[in-house]
Design a protein around this ligand. Structure first.
Ligand code: MN3
Length: 195
């Protein structure tokens, strides 16, 4: 059974003015779709085509891994974006205070990771054992491959921001961190990771 492009969890205009509908037309409609299409081409009717996406990621390398991980990373990225969600609170807020000191500090760590990822990649908030950490990965690499649980990510490939911010990656990252973090999604991932 072929992998399919999951629907976006919001209307294409829902993230404006921070991420435009035009960006989503390309980023979701072209780039994310292309990873799905390429993954299906690569898997064909091999036994791997019957695996879950996560199992493909864990058991592959090379082009199959790159496309499978990019399918997963983008689906996860969209779920983490929502305008003006308050938070965090509760157990997530306590863990952030314990491991970073404050919400501002975790945002600064994510901004730093995003700014210093050389070339294409991703900045992540992950649960690693019992600890929250900020990491960055190049290209398609993904926390699942490192035994970590992803809680939130920012895509820092140029296609994520060039339409709206041209070369100003830090402005895009600041807009995401200030306006678009879906703390409800982060909290749900955190709750699932710590049980
Ligand atoms: Mn992307």
């Amino acid at each position: 059974m072929a992998f399919e492009l999951p629907p976006l969890p919001f209307d294409k205009g829902a993230l404006e003015p921070h991420i435009s509908a035009e960006t989503l037309e390309y980023h979701y409609g072209k780039h994310h779709q292309a990873y799905v299409t390429k993954l299906n081409e690569l898997l064909g009717d091999s036994p791997d085509a019957a695996k879950s996406l996560e199992d493909v990621i864990l058991s592959s390398d090379g082009a199959v891994f790159n496309n499978a991980a990019q399918v997963w990373n983008h689906t996860f990225y969209w779920q983490g974006l929502k305008a003006d969600v308050p938070g965090p609170d509760g157990a997530l807020a306590e863990a952030i205070a314990r491991d970073f000191g404050s919400v501002d500090a975790v945002k600064q760590a994510l901004a730093q990771a995003a700014a210093t990822q050389f070339g294409s990649g991703w900045a992540w908030l992950v649960a690693d054992g019992g600890t929250l950490r900020v990491t960055k990965t190049p290209n398609a690499d993904t926390p699942l491959k490192h035994g970590q649980t992803a809680l939130f990510t920012i895509d820092v490939w140029e296609h994520a921001y060039y339409v709206d911010y041209r070369n100003a990656r830090p402005k895009y990252v600041a807009a995401v961190l200030d306006h678009l973090v879906n703390w409800e999604f982060v909290a749900a991932n955190f709750a699932a990771a710590v049980v």
